[in-house]
Design a binder for this molecule. Structure first.
Ligand SMILES: [Fe+2]
Length: 238
């Protein structure tokens, strides 16, 4: 009986924590708050075939296991032995212009993908009431946000990202960055905290969609993890 009570005392808080994090593990939630030299390569929040048919398994396997893993390894190598290895990703990104290109390219390459995998999931859902209200206030409607966000991805020349972020005033904005830059970096045209990330590098879609980036973007909207996007928004504006 004592063992059962002990199990309940341990398990209930753990389950509650998992619920509060909307399925994100503590490891991933803390990535931006840990010293870089203590980071471990995070697990995907789902299996590699979970995003089918919108994003195929082979693309996820290569994108996560090869591309993101290489960025992670190269990022750690780029900061090794420098002061940056004892800082957090956010501390480095806000002064990224002072670091070598390898830190920006690989640090962004690693962390942008962390946000990307958190931004999507098999069953999309919808924005929370609070986020929906903010979207309507800023963009007029969810359809208009979708249009602006999709256009940001479609018109990014070459490789890069589309973002929905929150600025220092707590307002939503859509932007696009080139290569592996992000709104968290001081080189971004407009800085803020991303809550939704869409990768428009060809490696994100080419196996299934070839040159049809707009079709990939349309599919992306079928798998947005509105639970996570909403909870990130609400944490930033509370
Ligand atoms: Fe990517």
């Amino acid at each position: 009986m004592k063992n059962i009570i002990l199990l309940i005392l341990i398990a209930v808080p753990l389950l509650a924590t998992a619920q509060n994090n909307n399925g994100l593990s503590n490891n991933k939630k803390c990535i931006s708050m840990k010293a870089i030299n203590t980071l471990e390569f995070p697990q995907l929040p789902y299996s590699t075939d979970a995003l089918e048919p919108f994003i195929d398994q082979q693309t996820v396997e290569i994108h996560y296991g090869k591309h993101q893993k290489a960025y992670f390894d190269n990022f750690l190598a780029a900061v090794k032995g420098t002061d940056a290895e004892n800082l957090t990703i956010l501390e480095v990104f806000k002064n990224i212009s002072k670091y070598p290109a390898a830190v920006k390219n690989n640090g962004g390459g690693f962390y942008n993908h962390v946000i990307y995998w958190e931004s999507i999931k098999p069953n999309s859902g919808k924005p929370s009431a609070k986020l929906a209200e903010a979207i309507n206030k800023k963009f007029g409607s969810l359809d208009e946000l979708k249009k602006q966000f999709s256009d940001a991805g479609k018109t990014r020349f070459g490789s890069g990202w589309a973002w929905l972020s929150v600025d220092e005033k707590g307002e939503l904005f859509v932007s696009s960055t080139a290569n592996q830059e992000s709104p968290l970096m001081d080189v971004a045209e407009k800085q803020g905290t991303p809550i939704l990330a869409m990768d428009v590098w060809e490696h994100a879609y080419y196996l299934k969609y070839q040159n049809r980036r707009p079709d990939y973007i349309e599919s992306f909207w079928q798998i947005i993890n509105w639970d996570v996007v909403s909870s990130k928004y609400e944490a930033l504006v509370k």
